[in-house]
Design a protein around this ligand. Structure first.
Ligand code: NAD
Length: 256
């Protein structure tokens, strides 16, 4: 049921971390994948690894024309679109809201949130044809908050709200919209955050402990859930804000 045979996935931010794990898992499940990322050299390496059945588009998800070009390119090559996975995201350096610069705030919102507006605008007609689905990589912090990351938290809370609103708007077309909420996942983004903390030496233990299951995972755990959510196995799920967090949101009295 989790097969993605004959499906085409458009994935943003797939050249690193969680997105790269998702690209590999989608292909493993039988999909053809078009990856859009602003990091040209990382994308080049990935597409070389994936092979010629898959496509890479260098572009910035903040910019509508880049997104339109990439989605049109995927449609030209594959002739259909079944899944749009909005995964590209950034976090600003750890600091409280009042110390966040206007440029940092704007970049957070245009990368993490406005990008969903662009991909939806340019993919919707194609998704209507296939009764496809949209998956948003959000974050648990959008639900529970996080110290010193107010702007990032607001983008992910916004993404969760947007997921529900889009699920309602597009359900009449048979299009499902869901969000996946990791807590901590070892990726370049998390390593950057870890290096900024007051005690980087103890951060690995801290990150293991915030997950009730006792370890901080790699991207494969998110990718396995993503494959399920975009497959027909999840055909009656829409508007879900799904934690894939090892229980990080649980546990009054738990060690952390
Ligand atoms: P990452 O930094 O390893 O990868 C992000 C990718 O997105 C990179 O390839 C980057 O080049 C690309 N990207 C960033 N801005 C872009 C833009 N404007 N246009 C095109 N591409 C862009 O990060 P990650 O940890 O894999 O994060 C992926 C998603 O998961 C993000 O949305 C992040 O907020 C979310 N997330 C991550 C964690 C975690 O602990 N790693 C936890 C919760 C949520």
């Amino acid at each position: 049921m989790s097969s993605l045979q004959n499906k085409v996935v458009f994935l943003t931010g797939g050249a690193s971390g969680i997105g790269m794990s998702c690209a590999l898992a989608y292909i493993q499940a039988g999909a053809q994948v078009a990856v859009m990322d602003r990091d040209a050299s990382a994308l080049d390496l990935l597409i070389h690894q994936l092979g010629e059945n898959h496509l890479g588009f260098v572009g910035d998800v903040q910019h509508g024309p880049d997104v339109e070009k990439a989605i049109d390119g995927a449609l030209d090559r594959f002739g259909r679109l079944d899944v749009v996975h909005n995964n590209a995201g950034i976090a600003n350096p750890s600091k409280p809201l009042h110390a966040t610069t206007e440029d940092e705030w704007d970049a957070l919102f245009s990368t993490n949130l406005k990008s969903v507006f662009w991909t939806t605008r340019y993919s919707l007609e194609a998704l209507k044809q296939t009764k496809g689905c949209i998956l948003n990589t959000s974050s648990l912090v959008g639900e529970i908050g996080q110290v010193n990351h107010a702007g990032y938290v607001a983008t992910k809370g916004g993404m969760n709200a947007l997921t529900k609103a889009m699920a309602l708007d597009y359900a009449p077309f048979g299009i499902r919209v869901n969000a996946i909420c990791p807590a901590g996942v070892w990726t370049p983004m998390l390593r950057t955050w870890a290096a900024q903390q007051p005690n980087p030496a103890t951060i690995e233990t801290y990150l293991d402990d915030i997950h009730a299951l006792g370890y901080c995972p790699e991207g494969d755990v998110i990718a396995d859930t993503a494959v399920f959510l975009v497959s027909d196995a999840a055909r009656f799920m829409t508007g879900c804000i799904l934690p894939v967090s090892g229980g990080a949101e649980l546990g009054y009295g738990r060690k952390s």
